[in-house]
Design a protein around this ligand. Sequence first.
Ligand code: TXA
Ligand code: MG
Length: 324
Amino acid sequence: MKGTDIHTAAEWLKKGEVIAIPTETVYGLAANALNATAVAKIFEIKNRPQFNPLIVHIKQANALFDIAKNIDERLLKLFYTFSPGPLTILADKKPIIPDIVTAGRPRVAVRIPNHSLTLQLLHSIDFPLAAPSANPFQYISPTSAEQVAEQLGNKVPYILDGGKCAVGIESTIVGTENDEIIVYRLGGISIEEVEAVVGKVKLKNTMKESSEHSIDSPGQLKKHYAPKKPLIVGDIKNLLQEYSDKKVAVISFGKTDFARYPQIKEYNLSPQASLQEAASRLFETLYAIDQSDAEVILAQLVPDTDLGQAINDRLQRAAKESKQ
Ligand code: TXA
Ligand code: MG
């Protein structure tokens, strides 16, 4: 069932059930983060391997100290600057957080989601919420309640409908290693914004090859954002020649002239070339194309600054892992 009733949502959570919740980034599959059995249900619903740890969502900054300790000053500063918002920090977990939440790791990932319904929900319960994105493992993250309903509707008793996600791309994950600030996942807060607060950071993101068990943030798992259809990143005009015998969907950005090609369907992430708009539409666009009759997806990268880095990261990973 889908609805906007916080009381119903809270009741399911108190019973140890998993529900879908809206956030400003993507929808999450949430359960009581202090209840290991409830959290285990998330993995079951998502079909997610247990080694992949979950982000804990809290209602306000001081709740951070209930679940984490030894928090680096600079991470705290980032947390205060960008919360509520698309920033997740990693800090040593306190024992109150069950090991299943962090997949046995010493650090817990924490953020305050910036969505009024979910903040109200968090204020109406007395526990934080562990929540991964509400997609089946390795599929595109949902940015609307309708997408959640289509993907997992029969597996959760309630979807709290908060409309379309404003940011549309997952949170930026930061932590420290040997006193250095590390960005583990590019996301809704850009590197530029992070560096404006704490100075130079190191990007330890994504595209690098690594074995599933050694990675620091499994968002780095290669297969993660893939549509079912083949997606190729590159120069669209060249690619169009190569795929001239196929039904093509093109993901574009800014001003284009693809309208002249009647055989393609263009999905422009932002005709006005706004990176924010493009981020907010990326996953819904991939999802819509997957539902369409297109046989192949051709995508052009966006400018690689600000939110563009996270968008390009997701496009490149989708390209790498789609069935080509
Ligand atoms: O925007 C978001 O972050 C969304 C919304 C629902 O909050 N959540 C989300 O969760 O993207 P998920 O599980 O799909 O991605 C979380 C990433 C994963 O790559 C996970 O491995 C990493 O965060 N992560 C979580 N806890 C961690 C930990 N203790 N140590 C290292 N990485 C962690
Ligand atoms: Mg995810």
